[in-house]
Design a binder for this molecule. Structure first.
Ligand code: AMP
Length: 397
């Protein structure tokens, strides 16, 4: 059965077509600069890469071209009718969705209601759904939410100590994100350890350009580092993670910054980029630090210190931790971040095997020392396959 996975952003569409349940990737690609000059699609199928450069005025025009590429001469599919289901990444399901769903008009209305909570993400996500429905009529479309996995958090974890009225009337609370990734690596970790997920306490560390951690008890998220938006928690490529919210008032009152400037500061100019003054890319931070660049060293240190602090916090949340899982670009690849973040945590139950850590990059591995109370794992994430699996499960049930 062929499943198409779509991640529709404001000016881009990422896609991947799978043969399920085999999980074979038939084709994948990225449409960029939709609605802008310089539109292009990079399409990969059967180890061949095709580049199309032409303007795509709308998401519909771009997806139409993707379907041509999928079904064209030597394409992955004979006809677009071969597609049995479409899985959509949807960022914010608010409190309405604790699992993936078959998309109907009611689901679309509910996602639309959550637009104020994710103004940058939910509108282009919905556009992808609309285009999917119109270009592939009658094909089931499934929504997989970034927030759904964290809906199992208890109130003490998801409530801010703000007036309760704000939660009751405006749903101001912690939601958490990267849920598809946390859920996927938690399940893979249980498989890796050959233990039932229901019996495991895990801390999952998704360290990519965006970064978050989750405490997972018995397969369910009980706390996570991101909050109302994906700004809270860890240091990220261009976002600061935790900081005192009074800094915003200070900047407004003393530096005459307006909401748009503060939004840019917090989403685009902070994190590794803000601290180093040079780059948001951890590979470059590490290279600069190794060459003696002071600000890059500081950025690296602040990043790892914050990860360590959250490991401590989530260890306390769970009480007992069976395994700590590193995933995403930094987590899977950077032995330096893993080693620095875990420095001094042997008493808490986390001891790395330095050789195993140094030699592990992008593959599933146990990198803990024999003496470590908790296993320390590297599990590469794959949000697309997770969306394909959920889409397949929903349309075949
Ligand atoms: P993601 O958002 O999951 O694609 O992760 C992107 C981040 O992973 C970027 O900051 C990359 O620099 C980082 N990354 C990828 N490979 C490495 C590596 N070998 N060492 C350190 N960081 C890496």
């Amino acid at each position: 059965m062929k499943i198409l996975v779509i991640n529709s952003g404001s000016s881009s569409i990422k896609y991947k077509c799978f043969e399920m349940p085999e999980r074979t990737v038939l084709a994948s690609g990225l449409c960029e600069k939709i609605g802008e000059p310089g539109g292009r699609i990079t399409h990969r199928a059967a180890e061949r890469q095709t580049k199309i450069e032409q303007p795509f005025p709308t998401h519909a025009a771009a997806l139409e071209k993707v379907l041509d590429l999928l079904t064209g001469n030597g394409g992955a599919l004979a006809h677009k009718e071969d597609i049995s289901g479409v899985g959509h990444r949807l960022v914010h399901g608010g409190e309405a969705f604790s699992a993936s769903v078959l998309i109907d008009d009611e689901v679309i209305a509910a996602v639309r209601e959550n637009i104020p909570l994710a103004p940058l993400h939910n509108p282009p996500n919905l556009l992808g759904v609309e285009v999917g429905r119109s270009l592939l009529p009658g094909v089931p479309q499934v929504g997989v939410f970034d927030t759904a996995f964290h809906q199992s958090m208890p109130p003490e974890a998801y409530l801010y100590a703000l007036p309760y009225e704000l939660y009751r009337t405006s749903r101001v609370r912690r939601y958490g994100f990267h849920g598809t990734s946390h859920a996927y690596v938690a399940r893979r970790a249980a498989e890796f350890l050959q233990q039932p997920a229901e019996q495991l306490n895990l801390i999952t560390c998704h360290l990519g350009n965006g970064a978050s951690m989750a405490a997972v008890r018995g397969g369910k998220s009980v706390d996570t580092s991101m909050g109302f938006t994906p700004l809270e928690g860890l240091v990220m490529g261009t976002r600061p993670g935790d900081f005192d919210p009074a800094i915003i008032l200070y900047l407004m009152e003393n530096q005459q910054m307006d909401a748009a400037q503060i939004n840019k500061l917090l989403n685009k100019q902070s994190g590794l980029l803000g601290l180093s003054g040079k780059t948001n890319d951890m590979r470059e931070i590490e290279a600069l630090a190794a060459a003696g660049d002071g600000p890059a060293r500081l950025a690296f240190a602040v990043y790892c210190y914050r990860v360590r602090k959250y490991i401590g916090a989530l260890t306390a949340v769970l009480g007992h931790v069976d395994a700590l899982v590193f995933t995403a670009g930094v987590g899977e690849n950077s032995s330096a971040v893993r080693a620095t973040s875990l420095t001094g945590l042997a008493e808490l139950g986390y001891a790395l095997d330095p050789d195993k850590n140094a030699s592990t990059r992008g593959t599933e591995a146990d990198i803990s020392a024999a003496s470590s109370r908790a296993r320390i794992l590297v599990i590469p994430t794959d949000e697309e396959i997770a969306i394909a699996e959920q889409t397949y499960a929903i349309i075949t049930r």
